[in-house]
Each structure stands twice: as C-alpha cells, then as structure tokens.
Write a protein that binds this ligand. Structure first.
Ligand SMILES: Nc1ncnc2c1ncn2[C@@H]1O[C@H](COP(=O)(O)OP(=O)(O)OP(=O)(O)O)[C@@H](O)[C@H]1O
Ligand SMILES: [Mg+2]
Length: 228
C-alpha cells in the first residue's frame, strides 16, 4: 500500500511546515535556510507560499495585494484567500504530502486567523468554518512563528519600496495580527515554534533549526504509541 511505501522516511509520511509572522518578520529569508536544513536532514522540501503557490493562486495574490483595490470588503478578502488556498491544497500541498514529500509554506491559514480574523475583526469562528470546509482534517505539523514588534517588522518590509494593499494598514492592524498569532501558539504549544525574530538572521536560523530538530526527535520517539 502507498502508506507503507511512503513510511520509508524515518519520520513517516510527508510533513507540512509553515512559516508565519507579520510583515518583515523574516519568513521569506528563513524559508531558504529551512530548505537547506531540511535537505541536509534528508527531507528536501517543496517550497510554496500563500496567497499563491498555483497559477490561479498567484493571480488571486495579485488582486489581494493590489493597492489599486482599496475598497475590497473584508469578507471578499477572506474568501479570496480561501479560494487560493483550496487550489493550493488540491494542486500542490496534498499531492506532495501524499507522495511522502515535505512541504514548507510561506504563510498558511494562521495568517487568515491573524489578518482577517483579528486584523479585520471578522472573528475566529468564521475562519474556523472555512478552515474545516477547505482543509477537512489537514493542519500543519509545525507552524514556525517569527515574532516581532510590528513597527520593527514594517520598517524592514518597507525597505522594499512601494507598499502593497495590506502593508498600507496602520500599525494597530499588525499589532492585532501579532497578538492573534501569539495567542494561537500559546493555545497549542505542541504545534507551534515561536522564535524571537528581532535576532539576527543567523540567530533566528539557529533557533529554528534547533526547534525543528527537537520536534523531529520527539516525533520519532512518539511513533508507535499513537503520537503520529
Ligand atoms: N533577522 C533579521 N534581521 C534584520 N533584517 C532581516 C532579518 N530577517 C530578514 N531581514 C530583512 O528584512 C526584510 C524583510 O525580510 P523578509 O522578506 O524575509 O520578511 P517576510 O516575513 O517574508 O516579509 P513579508 O511578510 O512582507 O513577505 C528583508 O530586507 C530582509 O533581508
Ligand atoms: Mg515574504
């Protein structure tokens, strides 16, 4: 059976890792490092991002980030995010995991809780309904939360130039998003690795690597007693 073939990996089927955090927290920077580290550990990952990751998703990303669409309704924003996510799951994430590949995504559903649920004030319950609908029982194995003060993160991000539609939000929007990320991590510590993203890129990288190694060791130990 395909399950037995895929468990040739010492850690079983493919794992789904997500990098989260507000603007400028260093997700894209750390994605490249994480790829190198997982490859060295024997799990060369599929790298992807949200919103995006597919042809449809990248088009939707263009709409979502377009500063020339300032009047986008919060519900429309949320539903476009989940439309992109449905395509991403069907076309990229599920097939890779089912083939035993590891997947690392630059943002996933925690960002919807943080930005649309808390930032836009839509509430967590609505995000949960869409999460259950679009993902069924699929959840990330590990969410690496790069935690940073919003002013410091935005200052980094804005060095890139023209602000996208989301980056035009006020600081308190990102403060609400950060708080929501942290609350989710606190509520489910086994699934989250919170890293102080104000450290140097190398420092952040080392903490992520240490955390991922520790989780993998635990996962390997936990196999066989229902921990998988
Ligand atoms: N630990 C760090 N210390 C200082 N600067 C950093 C650090 N990590 C990343 N940077 C720089 O900050 C900027 C933003 O980093 P990066 O693009 O990785 O953030 P991001 O979380 O992907 O942001 P966004 O959400 O906007 O995509 C880049 O110019 C990057 O080089
Ligand atoms: Mg980025």
């Amino acid at each position: 059976m395909s399950v037995e073939v895929a468990s040739a990996s010492p850690f079983g089927l493919g794992k789904f890792l997500v990098l989260e955090g507000i603007e400028g927290s260093g997700k894209t920077t750390q994605l490249t490092y994480l790829e190198q580290e997982l490859t060295a550990l024997g799990h060369p990952p599929v790298l992807t991002r949200e919103p995006g990751g597919t042809a449809l998703g990248e088009r939707l990303r263009g709409l979502l980030l377009d500063p020339d669409l300032p009047g986008m309704h919060a519900d429309a924003e949320l539903l476009l995010m989940f439309a992109a996510r449905a395509q991403h799951l069907a076309e990229v994430i599920r097939p890779a995991l089912e083939a035993g590949r590891w997947v690392v995504s630059d943002r996933f559903t925690d960002a919807s809780y943080a930005y649309q649920g808390a930032g836009r004030g839509l509430g967590m319950q609505r995000i949960g309904v869409l999460e259950d609908w679009v993902q069924a029982d699929l959840r990330p194995d590990l969410v690496i939360l790069l935690d940073i003060d919003p002013a410091a993160g935005l200052e980094r991000a804005l060095q890139r130039g023209r602000r996208d539609r989301i980056e035009r939000e006020a600081l308190d929007f990102f403060a609400r998003a950060r708080d929501a990320y942290r609350a989710r991590a606190e509520a489910d510590p086994a699934r989250y690795l919170v890293v102080d993203a104000a450290d140097t890129p190398e420092g952040v990288r080392e903490r992520i690597l240490a955390g991922v190694r520790a989780r993998l060791a635990n996962a390997a130990q936990g196999r066989g007693d229902g921990g998988g």
